[in-house]
Design a protein around this ligand. Sequence first.
Ligand code: KIV
Ligand code: ZN
Length: 516
Amino acid sequence: MFDPNRLIIFDTTLRDGEQSPGASMTKDEKVRIARQLERLRVDVIEAGFAAASPGDFEAIRAISSVVRESTICSLSRANDRDIARAAEALQPAPRKRIHTFIATSPLHMKIKLRMEPEQVLEQARLAVRFARNHTDDIEFSPEDGSRSEEDFLCRVLETVIAEGATTINFPDTVGYAVPEQFGERIRRLRERVPNSDKAIWSVHCHNDLGLAVANSLAGVMIGGARQIECTINGLGERAGNTSLEEVVMAVKTRADYFNLTLGIDTTQIVPASKMVSQVTGFAVQPNKAVVGANAFAHASGIHQDGILKARETYEIMRAEDVGWTANKIVLGKLSGRNAFKQRLQELGLELESEAEVNAAFARFKDLADRKSEIFDEDIMALVSAEEQAHEGEYYRFVSMSQRSETGELPHARISFSIDGKECSAEASGDGPVDAIINAIESQANSGAELLLFTINAISGGPQSQGEVQVRLSRAGRIVNGVGADPDIVVASAKAYIAGLNKLQSKVERLNPQVGP
Ligand code: KIV
Ligand code: ZN
């Protein structure tokens, strides 16, 4: 029996989130994030789009083989080939869902699909009928739902429920909706579709107007939806998707208003956020709700005074409840390999082989020589560096020096190897980072364009490592590179080199975007 107050959390970081520029992940990275999503206890993990590429198929299959608790889902267009592929990829999963979709708005049907509404309706019917041969758990989405005509939607949704769709997901594909109207629309659809009570209703919102979370919650409170589709850090193409941490903490913190239950272990939110940011190279803005570095920082004297007297004066959530640790020093220079390995396990960072553990441990020792206190965030950065290296190190950082002085042009010198051959280079630039990139490029001549550069303190405080994220583009390919080091110019060089390695890498990075 479905509890009418239970809100299902459907995470699509690995599918819709991955459609952000440069956020495409390798199979191993996807498996690592899926394990963290399971620790977070999300109800459904949309692991990818099986028919999009052989790599995405393999990633869904690998996730289906290791995740035991959450339901694993694959997206598929409304055709037999996609659905069969999804079913095959999901085969090892104890709980599986096929999510099939077709566009229903006049614009999409006419321009994108070049189909008549009656053909779309028939294709939706046949897709759900075919999917029923593979699983009882079928989700159907009328793509561009918020711009579709209501009478037509009613016919399509009644048809797919009659064929056996168990979840009806209502997407605001282009982020056009506003909360009250969106919620009312779902309420009316549920009222008008005669068999609507045979399915659980879901919302899937994009954030183009910054309203994804508000629309999702309106879909729940006004419309009666009981599933929210969302991503960690609100990752997703354009302005992103509904952010998981925001909807979850809204429902928890304002339980008096929402009166809904969730299965989520909220203490896993921040670790999940950090993992997704490190893997995808998408930094979290400092003032981002719940997971931003400043989300629990109080700068003004009045607020600090209030917090010291009683935390509730200015805090509505407890930092530890969402997984912020009080910057615990976890390891130091004298920690051994076993302690390091155990901490990796506690953080859910499972490296595949002993050789990888050894390499990460060597990086740890090197860092511990230069930084007295090592935090969890430092260890996560080490593992990311190890995984980036695992993809192949065509370019390898060796050492660098740089000089900047007021009134002088900054100058940098670097030693690095290209395909095993060591070389050194020097160059000047507008700033030290520009100088080091110019030095690298004077030898690499990669042709890459730097689209984005961000820098953050990994663990806060002046002793923190700097974490640099770069986004590079070449010949239509976009990748993100991450580098961490106590010296931020070294971190910049490492991030740039990591990005070049990704552009060079033969390891398939999966990107499930495909045409209609
Ligand atoms: O935004 C969208 O419409 C989607 C569907 C495939 C659900 O991602
Ligand atoms: Zn979407």
